[in-house]
Design a protein. Structure first.
Length: 265
């Protein structure tokens, strides 16, 4: 059976997060090794690795938390905190649903461009490239996607924007070629509190099915700020979050770039 995610993809995933100075590198690597040693399928291993990366900011707020079970389900993780057994359920809030599919398609395009550059000369083009695109970029046909791949390839080779690529910025990387989105933030990019409340209500329905051997069960809602589909500048009507009712013992909202945390319950 063909692997959904290669080992190289996983290395690239972790390497991108290493660029974030807030990353607690050693525990992340230890947790990833533990997941690798588990009997989980490759797809599930990738999912668990991505989830523990999203919890990086959480580890800074709760440095005493020690994860004991990284491969369980319902909840996603089990940890020790203040002599208590804590179940941690993780969920991501998507701020821009319409961008989710586009981002998925772009990531596939990035991977194809990376392969072209690495096949030509990995040493020469090694680095992390942050790209911004002109408005109106179209991903609806294979022909358009192939054109974008070539635009990216030429931009990186020449070291300047070409075609659909509006801007390009390079950061050092010791192993391979990694292409990602340029981080940009709209000052008025709001995350509606209703989206967070809806997520909590959905998780409330599943609460009776979680592991009851834990002393407490916490819900951690994450905005993945490295994703264009999850970014936000501020939470609108934040006061509504304080009115949430839930069987979860603690509820937090985290953003994983600067580590800002909102305690909802």
């Amino acid at each position: 059976m063909k692997k959904t995610f290669s080992d190289e993809d996983l290395i690239k995933n972790l390497s991108l997060y290493h660029l974030n100075r807030h990353l607690k590198k050693k525990p992340i690597e230890k947790y990833h090794r533990t997941i690798d040693a588990s009997p989980l399928h490759d797809r599930e291993k990738y999912k668990k690795k991505a989830e523990i990366l999203l919890l990086n900011s959480f580890m800074h707020h709760f440095p005493e938390v020690k994860f004991e079970n990284l491969t369980c389900e319902s909840p996603d993780f089990i940890a020790k905190f203040n002599d208590k057994k804590i179940g941690i359920e993780l969920t991501e809030v998507i701020n821009h649903l319409e961008m989710k599919k586009m981002e998925s398609n772009l990531n596939k395009i990035f991977r194809q461009a990376e392969i072209l550059l690495e096949q030509e000369n990995t040493t020469k083009y090694r680095g992390v490239y942050f790209l911004e695109f002109h408005p109106g970029i179209r991903l609806d046909t294979p022909e358009n996607q192939q054109e974008i791949i070539l635009n990216i390839y030429r931009s990186i080779k020449k070291g300047k924007p070409s075609g659909y690529v509006k801007s390009i910025r390079k950061s050092s990387h010791r192993r391979n070629v990694f292409i990602t989105h340029e981080y940009s933030m709209n000052l008025f990019d709001e995350l509606c509190s209703e989206k967070i409340v809806e997520l909590i209500e959905k998780k409330n329905e599943k609460f009776p099915y979680y592991d009851h051997s834990v002393d407490e069960c916490w819900l951690v809602i994450v905005s993945d700020m490295n994703s264009i589909a999850s970014r936000y500048t501020f939470i609108r009507d934040k006061e509504h979050l304080q009115q949430v009712k839930s069987p979860f013992h603690r509820i937090f909202h985290l953003e994983n770039l600067c580590g800002n945390m909102t305690s909802i319950k």
